[in-house]
Design a protein. Structure first.
Length: 147
């Protein structure tokens, strides 16, 4: 949630029982942390990928090796680790990407919440802001997949 100053013609908004924002302020809240983030990043990524294709090819190869099935960890666990790291690094595109991939790899809401709980322990205060965004992104993809 973000509170921002707006034009002076706006009256105060409300949030919760008995709370009123001061005149000239309003609440902004992003309602999506999944698909919309990926959609916003897609054209930017496409442009940079055209400029440095070898770098992206190398990254794609590394990504494929790291998430290859058949290792000691199941792909869904690897994706939940990546999601936790995305929270720790406060990377919205990483959160959206790995939330989507974790759903595709059949991670459950309970597994996601559990992984994010460890992230909060290790990441402290900032993780209490980014972990809920990650969980919202996961749930957005989870529900879209009909899981």
């Amino acid at each position: 949630m973000c509170v921002v100053k707006t034009g002076s013609c706006l009256g105060g908004g409300t949030s919760g029982p008995g709370f009123t924002y001061p005149r000239g302020y309003t609440q902004l809240m992003s309602t999506t942390h999944g698909k919309a983030v990926l959609d916003d990043l897609a054209p930017l990524t496409r442009d940079l990928r055209k400029a440095i294709p070898d770098v992206y090819d190398g990254f794609r190869s590394l990504h494929g090796a790291a998430f290859a099935p058949g290792g000691a960890l199941e792909v869904r666990h690897k994706e939940l680790i990546a999601l936790a790291i995305a929270v720790a690094t406060e990377c919205d595109g990483c959160i959206a990407s790995h939330a989507r991939a974790a759903v595709k790899a059949r991670a459950s809401k309970e597994e996601c919440a559990d992984a994010l709980g460890v992230t909060i322990l290790m990441g402290g205060g900032p993780a209490t802001i980014w972990a809920p965004r990650a969980y919202a992104a996961f749930c957005e993809f989870y529900e879209a997949a009909g899981s």
